[in-house]
Write a protein that binds this ligand. Structure first.
Ligand code: OAD
Length: 244
């Protein structure tokens, strides 16, 4: 794949960078995506937006846990790939002027060493109280099924600390991402189908403010028209080339 000299220059000279990642950035680590590649997740005949929903937590929490423990099992052997590492390296150059906003709950960016990161949709290796107290519980990736089950403070059942369909994003996280996207000079979107809002609106915000916008995705997306350059290929192959 040919990468233009202009793009390389924009990346090298960017002073404030906002990156949005989606499931595609973890595809080369073996994590299934939601859409694209014919990999749509179905669990016991239920599409993922039904089993991963606020309603299912109320109606059948044990089944929600079964689904999330299954996904934690899939993740057990997945390691960060070249794309995760390249983003960590980029952050190490720009420090507080680099923000990684991820829709992924797999924790692979953090495992790769990224620190200036917003996990917009939560983290699959954490649980929280169904009563809504502020306690959160880290789970060991190897501990499947999950543990613990009950909140120490409220004695209420725990649930995965992820944003489910029908739920709001955690307060303040998206607002911070918007502030950063408003003020960056380079925005990059990697491995997202760009159909889930509000995450998908970050590119629109950055573009409006005049940031140079780059998309990395093997497929065209509904947002492709927004980008100054769309690079069609795999994140783990393209990112290291751009950043070397
Ligand atoms: P999707 O599964 O919707 O999209 C994954 C995208 O990654 C597709 O556009 C693929 O073409 C692309 N892709 C596949 N392999 C790739 C590779 N090696 N390199 C780069 N791109 C690749 O995932 P998201 O956009 O992340 O939300 O989905 C957004 C949200 O929808 C998820 O966070 C999840 C889901 O509902 C919640 O669970 C709340």
């Amino acid at each position: 794949m040919q990468i233009s000299a202009e793009l390389i220059k924009k990346v090298a000279e960017a002073k404030k960078v906002c990156v949005l990642t989606g499931a595609g950035v973890s595809a080369e680590s073996g994590v299934p995506t939601f859409r694209g590649g014919g990999n749509s997740a179905v669990w016991k005949g239920m599409p993922f937006d039904q089993i991963s929903s606020a309603r299912m937590v109320k109606e059948n929490l044990p089944e929600v846990w079964e689904w999330f423990d299954y996904r934690r099992g899939v993740l057990k052997d997945c390691k960060p790939n070249e794309a995760h590492r390249a983003l960590m390296f980029w952050e190490s150059r720009l420090r507080e002027n680099f923000l990684l906003v991820t829709q992924n709950i797999d924790g692979l960016h953090t495992q790769a060493g990224s620190r200036n990161i917003i996990e917009l949709h939560g983290n699959i290796q954490r649980s929280k109280c169904t009563k809504g107290c502020r306690l959160k519980y880290e789970m060991l990736p190897t501990e499947i099924p999950h543990s613990p089950d009950i909140c120490d403070l409220c004695d209420a059942p725990l649930r995965p600390d992820v944003v489910l369909f029908g739920e709001m994003l955690p307060e303040g996280y998206f607002e911070y991402a918007v502030e950063f996207a408003n003020d960056c000079d380079l925005f990059m979107s990697i491995g997202t189908s760009a159909v889930v809002y509000p995450a998908a609106s970050l590119a629109e915000i950055a573009k409006k403010k005049g940031a140079f916008c780059i998309e990395i995705n093997p497929e065209e997306t509904p947002a492709s028209y927004l980008y100054n350059e769309s690079l069609r290929g795999k994140a783990g192959e393209i990112l290291p080339k751009i950043l070397q």
